[in-house]
Ligand binder design. Structure first.
Ligand code: OGA
Ligand code: MN
Length: 292
């Protein structure tokens, strides 16, 4: 009998992985999870209670791990953990605005000039009594279900993504020093709105970092991006995860966007994150494109 089974949550998105911890790193489990991640977008391992070492072992078995601990702002220096701690607790994270950015729809790693991270993995260590559900929207299903004439109208659009755009909700007037920092630490990227992946599947590339549509006025481009985001966020394309402590969730960062419901910043909510490197580049730095 197989040691792993995966149960769909909703027709377009979500899967629950039933596997004993002892079989998590079996070849058959990892293979089943890789395939299911493509199909289901998000996989939930309810109350599996992974230790950091177990999460790292599974991450390394799954793919090439991206080490963020020394590159994500505020994530450096608390200890030598190889896992990034997603928390607003100042003891662990000195720059909370990046974590506050998770309250808005986004795709991880879009403003870094590297292949798009393939998967993000989170273990719930401590929950907030209010909020904190993580919501996922299938950008593959959302594209597939768009009416044909809308697909045709947007198929070739290019979008400029800026980290500062994803930080705007945090300020009325963004201090110049902050703006300079966002500009120096991230890359302004030009990505297709509709991404044709190597598999041949297409997904919408959206999120608060999507700032401008090439060739359109700011209000025209931004209102279209907002409308498409509303389309993706419809119930049929989304799954909202109500966490229990010890849950482990992984998502296909190339096929879903995600956000978290606002939670109590003093709750100590704590998620331990690992990231799997992707193999495909989405777009290019804007400057490189202009110079070419
Ligand atoms: C992330 C993220 C959401 C959450 O880790 O990339 O967006 O629920 N986290 O904390
Ligand atoms: Mn994220």
């Amino acid at each position: 009998m197989s040691k792993v089974s995966i149960e769909p949550i909703k027709p377009h998105i979500g899967g629950i992985v039933h596997v004993g911890k002892a079989h998590l790193c079996d070849d058959a489990t990892v293979e089943a999870c890789r395939a299911a991640l493509e199909e289901r977008g998000v996989l939930v391992f309810p109350r599996i209670n992974l230790t950091d070492a177990e999460q790292l072992a599974f991450t390394d078995k799954f793919g090439e791990r991206v080490s963020f601990t020394n590159s994500v702002p505020g994530g450096e220096g608390d200890d030598d953990s190889e896992l990034y701690k997603i928390t607003l607790d100042k003891e662990f994270n000195s720059e909370p605005e990046y974590v506050l950015g998770t309250w808005f729809w986004h795709i991880d790693g879009v403003t870094i000039d590297q292949p798009l991270p393939k998967a993000t993995m989170l273990s719930a260590r401590k929950l907030s009594p209010t909020g904190g559900q993580t919501e996922f929207a299938s950008t593959l299903a959302a594209w597939a279900c768009l009416p044909e004439e809308e697909k045709a109208a947007i198929a070739d659009l290019q979008v400029i993504h800026r980290m500062e755009a994803s930080m705007r909700p945090m300020y009325v007037d963004m201090p110049a020093e902050r703006l300079g920092r966002y500009r120096s630490m991230a890359t302004v990227m030009l990505h297709p709105l509709v991404w044709t992946q190597a598999s041949g599947r297409k997904s919408l590339v959206l999120g608060t970092h999507a700032d401008e549509i090439v060739g359109q006025s700011l209000p025209a481009g931004r209102s279209l991006l907002a409308r498409l985001t509303e389309w993706c966020a419809q119930k049929q394309f989304t799954y909202s995860h109500e966490w229990q402590e010890g849950d482990f969730v992984i998502w296909n960062n190339c096929g879903v966007m995600h956000r978290v419901v606002p939670y109590d910043a003093t709750s100590g909510r704590m998620m331990h994150r690992t990231t799997i490197m992707g193999a495909e580049r989405l777009g290019h730095p804007l400057k490189q494109v202009q110079a070419a």
